[in-house]
Design a binder for this molecule. Structure first.
Ligand code: HPA
Ligand SMILES: [Zn+2]
Length: 355
């Protein structure tokens, strides 16, 4: 548990989370609870599924993004009813609020549910109830980002995108934008050019995972062919100085996830996440949890891990927090409220010793 002054300061910062997969907030205990309630059969040939505790222990040994994704997709098979999706999102929102999150933009994977026979309306109604509750009871603003699975054929993603239920949710503003997730290496961004072009024409916000396991070229590719305004992860950007300058100048924000990068073996430690390089180059980034139930930490754990590895100053934290507010997909009025909350925290902490 973080208790030092710097950790109290990090807790107090009005945080925005931009990179959290709601299905990745499914804790082993909720997974087993829902499996029992919904009579879901979990794999009998994998000892990890013996109990919530053995499953949690398995999560300490992911070997790659694909190794994690195998557990991620099996795990979400327990989500059947609207109330399951509601319970999942509500548990995340409560936990995030306790970590000082004021605004959360959350991913979800419709294709991973509709392919199992769970209707999009079931998923959306559960998440929407939880969002309304988060707004009323926690004062939190939230947005939904509909992710497409890049290991599936782009034509299938287009069919899903064009379905009436999804289109309606875009038109009514229930979903703010689209993202691209799942296995990265064999599925470069340009495969999804048509999908992103259509989303852009409809005025949807656009982001995509790139440069997590894939090379820096995938980041350039996502910017050039998908028209994204954010890059999810993007840690490989530091390998290309010219591209880093371009991203800094364009104001495109990276949504970094340091603990995820360590757990999925993209880096050896949080010290290897190029936080200092990004700060020095003027690259905007936010710090996020990705799949907190799988990667051993929520957003504040990620903030604390960055502080321990990179020893940032109060002024540097202020600039990270400001960039993450400004890079959010909420109304300007809400951004102004968040910036005022940041100012209040900075007023309280300026000149106070942090160690
Ligand atoms: O970290 C991730 N990367 C790609 N796809 C994902 N889907 C859930 N988490 C992830
Ligand atoms: Zn992710």
């Amino acid at each position: 548990m973080c208790k030092s002054p710097i950790h109290v300061f990090l807790q107090a910062l009005p945080k925005c989370e931009h990179h959290i997969h709601l299905e990745g907030a499914l804790t082993p205990s909720l997974l087993f609870e829902l499996a029992a309630r919904n009579n879901t059969t979990l794999p009998a040939d994998d000892h990890a599924f013996l109990s919530a505790e053995s499953l949690r222990l398995r999560y300490d040994h992911f070997t790659s993004l694909d190794d994690f994704l195998n557990y991620y997709y099996i795990g979400m098979s327990v989500l059947i009813h609207s109330s399951d999706f509601e319970a999942l999102a509500w548990s995340y929102f409560q936990r995030a609020a306790a970590d000082g999150v004021h605004h959360a933009e959350v991913f979800f994977d419709p294709q991973a549910h509709t392919s199992r026979g769970v209707a999009y309306s079931t998923v959306l109604s559960g998440f929407t109830i939880a969002r309304d509750r988060a707004c009323k009871e926690l004062g939190m603003s939230t947005e939904l980002i509909c992710c497409f699975l890049r290991h599936l054929p782009p034509a299938d993603c287009l069919v899903t995108f064009n379905q009436a239920e999804l289109q309606e949710s875009f038109e009514h503003g229930a979903v703010a934008g689209i993202g691209l997730d799942s296995s990265e290496l064999d599925f470069p961004p340009q495969l999804f050019g048509e999908l992103y072009r259509k989303a852009g024409e409809q005025g949807l916000r656009r982001t995509a995972h790139a440069g997590e396991e894939g090379p820096a070229a995938y980041i350039a590719n996502a910017i050039d062919t998908l028209g994204v305004e954010r890059i999810d992860h993007g840690i490989k950007l530091a390998e290309d100085g010219e591209l880093m300058r371009r991203v800094a100048e364009s104001g495109i924000m990276l949504t970094t996830c340091p603990l995820s990068n360590v757990l999925l073996r993209c880096v050896k430690s949080v010290a290897e996440v190029p936080i200092r390089r990004f700060l020095d180059a003027g690259v905007r980034f936010s710090i996020n949890s990705d799949d907190p139930a799988y990667f051993g930490g929520y957003i504040l754990d990620n903030y604390c891990a960055v502080q321990e590895a990179h020893n940032l100053s109060v002024a540097e934290w202020e600039s990270i927090c400001r960039a993450s507010i400004e890079g959010s997909w909420c109304e300007q009025d809400r951004k102004d409220e968040l910036l005022q909350a940041l100012q209040r925290v900075m007023h309280d902490w300026t000149g106070r010793p942090l160690v």
